[in-house]
Design a protein around this ligand. Structure first.
Ligand code: GCU
Length: 428
């Protein structure tokens, strides 16, 4: 098996919770060594968060919102994720399951197809939604972006059998998946709705995915690749999440102003960028997002841009410009603390794992520490300490900029969901 396949299998297993990995610690990836020694991290200077491009010190929430924030969003578009198109005019929604009782009467289920284009044979995303049946008014919601089709991860016989991508082909999702089951009832019991989509409905997750996904629809005639500052797959998935929000705004049973977005790993990076770009999302829970997500890029620990940018790996997930920093991270005009700060003043929870070394949980903590001054401009709390919490310590979990590290690896554990629900109940 190739290294990529092995890593993929490992990721899949850890998600499924089948095997709790002792440590996510590959030592050489794509021929590049990976550092796990704190004393070899090296020194680095983060780009200044509170100084605008014209050299002004940003000292108020208003200056942040009006000047610095738009400036930084643009820099992330240009240099990391790539620009994405706006809402397509020809988009339509088809609610093909209009409200069926599910989970022994506990939920009302809806299934919606979002057609991104006029041609309804392709570029469509199936959205599954459960609303607590006891709700008397519009409900808050957890919107999850998933590696699997919803009929594979949720135990409900009324679900459409969807399609997934496997080995470059679209196949019927009628086989069990290695990805773990989602416990929907825990949200319903807390009075929170649950919605989910399969990321591959938006854009397939492989090198040539652009040939099939939504990005292909936007290529100009004769164009086969995106321009250097245009969307990679992560921005495409984020774009799909904005389209899910377009639907929520039309559904009277959902309080679209109280929707939290959650994803894990590459989909944690996606949730973060989607939440930054689409401020209609009230909250983001970025699970194990790592490099290109909440972990500092300048910190040489675990995965680096160099590893991501190797053509055998995740080049296609980012804007081509991002890869120009693979060998010169210090020249990048942004770093992850800025991405994290762009969520302010909306609540953001960073969920990590103590043995998920590849994702650098400490790099995510330091990112939150460096982003906290922006939350402070809004009188909100970030870590307010430089001492990293131990595995399982919940003391920083409930801040507006929250941080929590479970004991364990690259996964979202049942206890993480319990914490996420508490966090949602506090801030939604
Ligand atoms: C790989 C990749 C990470 C990514 C992860 C995942 O490990 O290097 O950047 O977060 O896959 O999506 O599981």
């Amino acid at each position: 098996m190739t290294r990529t396949l092995l890593l993929g299998l490992f990721v899949a297993l850890s998600f499924a919770g089948l095997a709790q990995p002792a440590a996510n610690r590959p030592t050489v990836v794509a021929g590049f060594p990976v550092n796990y020694q704190e004393d070899s991290v090296g020194t680095y200077t983060l780009p200044e968060l509170l100084k605008s491009l014209d050299g002004k010190t940003i000292s108020t929430a208003k200056q942040w919102t009006q000047q610095r924030r738009p400036e930084l969003v643009k820099l992330f578009e240009e240099n990391q994720f790539g620009k994405m198109p706006s809402r397509p005019q020809e988009m339509t929604f088809k609610v093909f399951d209009k409200g069926t009782s599910a989970f022994n009467g506990k939920a009302i289920r809806k299934q919606v197809t979002v057609y991104f284009t006029k041609d309804t044979s392709d570029h469509k995303m199936n959205l599954l939604i459960y609303i607590p049946a006891s709700a008397k008014k519009p409900v808050p919601l957890l919107m999850n972006i998933s590696f699997a089709a919803y009929n594979q991860t949720i135990e409900d016989t009324g679900l459409l059998v969807n399609y997934i991508w496997k080995d470059g082909k679209r196949i019927k999702a009628d086989q069990p998946t290695v990805f773990g089951k989602m416990n929907v009832e825990q949200f319903l019991d807390a009075g929170i709705g649950f919605a989910t989509v399969y990321y591959g409905d938006i854009e397939p997750d492989f090198k040539d995915g652009i040939k099939y996904g939504i990005r292909q629809h936007y290529l100009k005639p004769g164009q086969t690749e995106t321009a250097a500052n245009e969307w990679g797959a992560i921005a495409a998935w984020s774009w799909g999440l904005a389209r899910a929000m377009d639907y929520f705004e039309t559904d009277k049973q959902i309080d679209s102003k109280r929707v939290a977005l959650q994803g894990a790993s590459r989909l944690g990076k996606t949730a973060l960028w989607a939440g930054v770009k689409d401020t209609r999302y009230k909250m983001v829970i970025a699970s194990i997002s790592g490099e290109g997500g909440a972990a500092l890029s300048r910190r040489n620990y675990g995965e680096t841009i160099r590893h991501i940018s190797d053509p055998s790996r995740y080049l296609y997930q980012f804007a081509p410009n991002y890869h120009s920093y693979a060998d010169n991270v210090a020249s990048m005009p942004v770093d992850a603390h800025m991405l994290v700060a762009l969520m302010a003043p909306r609540p953001l929870l960073l969920q990590t794992g103590s043995t998920d070394y590849w994702s650098d949980p400490k790099g995510e903590f330091l990112s939150a520490v460096a982003a906290a001054p922006v939350y402070k401009l809004f009188n909100e709390k970030g870590p307010e300490t430089t001492d990293m919490p131990a595995a399982g310590d919940t003391s920083l979990l409930m801040n507006e900029l929250g941080y929590y590290m479970h004991e364990g690896g690259h996964t979202v554990l049942p206890t993480d969901w319990t914490h996420i629900i508490s966090y949602m109940k506090k801030y939604l």
